[in-house]
Each structure stands twice: as structure tokens, then as C-alpha cells.
Design a protein around this ligand. Structure first.
Ligand SMILES: *[C@@H]1O[C@H](CO)[C@@H](O)[C@H](O)[C@H]1NC(C)=O
Ligand SMILES: *[C@@H]1O[C@H](CO)[C@@H](O)[C@H](O)[C@H]1NC(C)=O
Ligand SMILES: *[C@@H]1O[C@H](CO)[C@@H](O)[C@H](O)[C@H]1NC(C)=O
Length: 398
């Protein structure tokens, strides 16, 4: 009797332990729907659901900047220039402002690059003010709503806070003239001064042809367990450590540099990076100075399960893409347990995520192909704008 009592007791404790650990380590999302139409809205066709009027601005606000810096068509923030080109020939464009649902001012704020190729935002506020003065004095539409039916692409690090340093960006806040407009931006961090409610969060630009050119056969085994290339420390801007990536990248390196499951390094060989991602099961996407990076787009395109380590991140097109089902979310404080977390993801969960990632509609939503294709990021932006229609009365009572 006593013996069985003990056995049953231990069995019970053992179950609790297994169940507890399993629960603690990996919270599963057991919905196995893999429809072609993942969430209806991902494949929505925005054409016919909104009309956009494009202000014609002097070329100093757009084309001239592009001529000085052609790289603005291919750098991370290229959505700003490419969206303009896309809209010019889009069927949603209207030449009759009275019938427009949305007004768009093509102002290339990030297309002013320093010698090192970084966007120079020092002038952005002044530049934006001048553009808005122009549209508000030459057309009646801005004053009618104080900009509430206008949208702007503000792809830079902290969106319309227009400063590359987070502390300064927060101090300044969203540029007051844009308070009522809808902002289309790469920066997404929940409850952050620089992310206004109702903004549309978009993926950064990654060259889809370059990725396409590096595809390996789809049956290539995913022999790398967890993969990461990038900096772990930023000794220049964060010499003491702890601020850059809020310490998450440092923890990644310190805990797993010698772990055979982890192929992580700060040396990024441009010759095999894309191939490696196709050979990896998990692609680590920790925050850097910003919560996002192009890695997320690359991981999705290459079918590598993104492991998102960025507390409070707001992901691109969150209302359309089932990120919880595609990726794995790990709290920044849990980085030291990353090996246990990732090895405890059940095999069927992994294949379910991989099947979802293989869906062309998800990859397409992350890309800005030239020429544009149905359901790509351009269309997702339009769908996001269409979903905000019809405008409520508050739009017209500034
Ligand atoms: C819009 O308002 C500004 C500031 O009050 C004014 O200067 C401008 O003339 C107005 N625009 C139009 C088209 O009336
Ligand atoms: C949002 O941020 C403010 C100040 O930064 C903070 O007081 C508040 O608790 C935060 N809310 C949430 C839900 O995190
Ligand atoms: C990590 O990946 C690289 C490819 O970039 C490969 O050459 C190397 O052998 C891998 N290292 C380990 C320890 O598997």
C-alpha cells in the first residue's frame, strides 16, 4: 500500500512538473486552420473600396531628393518612394479631389542621406511643415479636416517623431501638424509616444529580386537549428552595455555562443546569409535599437520560423497576418532559456508554422515587388486605409 501510495504520489508530481514546464516553456496556439485565405482580409482586394487623391508637389519634395540619392529606391525605408510610384498608376487613384476618401502628399522625408547613407532627419520637421503649408494654402482639403483624411508615409526609425535617438524622439513626440493624419510607418512598439493609435505598421523594404535570386531547392533540409547574424553589442553608442537591444542581444551571445544548437555570429557573410536562412529552422529576430529589422521579412520569405524577441512589438499588418501562428514570441527576459523554449516546441507545431510560412499570400504581404502584384505590401497598405472607411464625423470636426 505504502509503496503504491508513493508511486502514485511521484507520478502525480511528475505530471505536474511536465505539464508545468511545458506550459511555462511554450504556450501553444493549437488552431490548425491552414486556409488559402488565412484571415479573410489578407487577400482583400482594396481596388474599388477607396479613392486616393495625390497632391502634386514641386519636385523638391520628392523627385529631386531621389535624384540626389537614388538609394532611396532600395534602402530599408524605400516604402516612402515606392508607394508614391505605385499610387501614381494605381486604379485607386482619383484626379478629382472631391471624390477622394484619402489625400496623400508625397513628401520624401527619409530621402536625405548623410555621407554614410543614413537618413538625415534634422530637417524633417521643417520639410514637412513647408509641404503642409503648401497643400493647406493651395487646396481646401487640409483645412477641412486638419489633415484627418490625409495619410503620410513616415518610414523612419521613430516614425513621425523624426529623430533617430529614441530619447529625443520621445521628448519631441509626433510632429504636431501630423497629429490627426494617418501615419504609415515601419516603427511599431506598443504604447509608445511615436506610435499613434490608428497608424498602419508596414514591413521595411527588402529587395525581393535579390532574395529570389538566392533560393535553394525547397527540399533542402533545415539542418541549422537556430540562426542569427548581426551585432550583439553597440560599443559606439552604448559603451556601458544594457541599452542596446535592452540587453537581449548581449544575453543571446553570452548564453549561447558555444551552444551547438545555435549558429549565431556577428560576422555576416553576405555570400551565404540568405542560403543559411533557408537551411535554418528558427531565425532569431531580436530587437536592436528599434523593435523591428529586415530579418523578419527575410525569415518569412525564406520559410524560417521567426523567433520574435522584442517585448511589445507591433508587427506589420497585425490585423491581417496571423503572427502568433507563424512565429514564436519570446520575452526579452527569457532569452537565457531560449534553448529550452525552442527545443520544447512540438514537432507538429513546427510543421504547422512551416506550412503557414509556405503560403505565398503571407510572403507577398511582406514585399514591395516591382511591378506591384496583387496582395503585396502596397495592397495591404491600401486595404488598411480602406478598412478605416467610412470616415466618422470626428474626421470632419477638427
Ligand atoms: C487654411 O488655413 C490657413 C491657416 O489658417 C490659411 O492660411 C490658409 O489660407 C487656409 N487655406 C485655404 C485654402 O483657405
Ligand atoms: C503606457 O505608457 C505609460 C507611460 O509611458 C505608462 O504609464 C502606462 O502604464 C503604459 N500602459 C501600458 C498598458 O503599458
Ligand atoms: C554555421 O553556419 C555557417 C554558414 O554560415 C556554416 O558554415 C557553419 O559551419 C555553421 N556552424 C556550425 C557550428 O554549424
Amino acid at each position: 500500500m505504502r509503496f503504491w501510495g508513493f508511486t502514485i504520489f511521484f507520478y502525480f508530481v511528475f505530471c505536474l512538473w511536465i505539464g508545468g514546464v511545458g506550459f511555462y516553456i511554450y504556450r501553444s496556439h493549437p488552431t490548425d486552420k491552414i486556409p488559402g485565405n488565412i484571415r479573410g482580409i489578407l487577400v482583400d482586394d482594396p481596388v474599388g473600396r477607396l479613392k486616393v487623391y495625390i497632391y502634386e508637389l514641386p519636385s523638391e519634395y520628392n523627385q529631386q531628393r531621389l535624384q540626389n540619392h537614388p538609394r532611396c529606391l532600395t534602402h530599408m525605408f524605400a516604402a516612402e518612394t515606392l508607394m508614391h510610384h505605385f499610387l501614381l498608376s494605381s486604379p485607386v487613384r482619383t484626379l478629382i479631389p472631391e471624390e477622394a476618401d484619402w489625400f496623400y502628399a508625397p513628401v520624401y522625408t527619409t530621402c536625405d542621406l548623410t555621407r554614410n547613407g543614413f537618413p538625415f532627419t534634422y530637417n524633417s520637421r521643417h520639410f514637412m511643415t513647408s509641404a503642409i503649408q503648401l497643400i493647406s494654402s493651395n487646396w481646401p482639403y487640409w483645412n477641412r479636416t486638419a489633415g484627418a483624411d490625409h495619410f503620410f508615409i513616415v518610414a523612419h526609425d521613430y516614425g513621425a517623431c523624426f529623430h533617430h535617438n529614441e530619447k529625443r524622439a520621445i521628448e519631441r513626440g509626433i510632429f504636431p501638424l501630423l497629429q490627426r493624419a494617418t501615419l504609415v510607418q515601419t516603427f511599431g512598439q506598443r504604447n509608445h509616444t511615436c506610435l499613434k493609435d490608428g497608424s498602419i505598421v508596414i514591413p521595411p523594404y527588402v529587395d525581393s529580386q535579390k532574395m529570389q535570386a538566392r533560393l535553394v531547392p525547397s527540399n533542402t533540409p533545415r539542418s541549422i537549428f537556430a540562426y542569427f547574424r548581426g551585432q550583439f553589442y553597440d560599443l559606439v553608442n552604448d559603451p556601458e552595455g544594457g541599452n542596446y537591444a535592452r540587453g537581449a542581444r548581449a544575453a543571446l551571445w553570452e548564453n549561447f555562443k558555444d551552444n551547438p544548437l545555435f549558429n549565431i555570429s556577428s560576422e555576416r557573410s553576405s555570400t551565404t546569409y540568405y542560403e543559411d536562412m533557408q537551411r535554418a529552422r528558427f531565425c532569431l529576430c531580436p530587437l536592436g535599437w528599434s523593435p523591428w529589422s529586415p530579418r523578419l521579412v527575410e525569415a518569412v520569405v525564406f520559410g524560417c520560423i521567426p523567433v520574435i524577441i522584442a517585448d511589445g512589438i507591433v508587427l506589420p499588418f497585425e490585423d491581417a497576418i496571423p503572427w502568433e501562428e507563424i512565429g514564436i514570441f519570446v520575452a526579452e527576459k527569457d532569452v537565457p532559456m531560449l534553448d529550452k523554449i525552442l527545443t520544447s516546441v512540438p514537432v507538429d507545431e513546427i510543421s504547422r508554422k512551416q506550412r503557414l510560412l509556405a503560403k505565398p499570400s503571407i510572403k507577398q504581404a511582406m514585399l514591395y515587388p516591382q511591378p506591384s502584384q496583387p496582395r503585396d505590401a502596397f495592397h495591404q497598405i491600401l486595404s488598411g486605409l480602406a478598412r478605416k472607411l467610412p470616415h466618422g464625423n470626428e474626421v470632419f470636426s477638427p
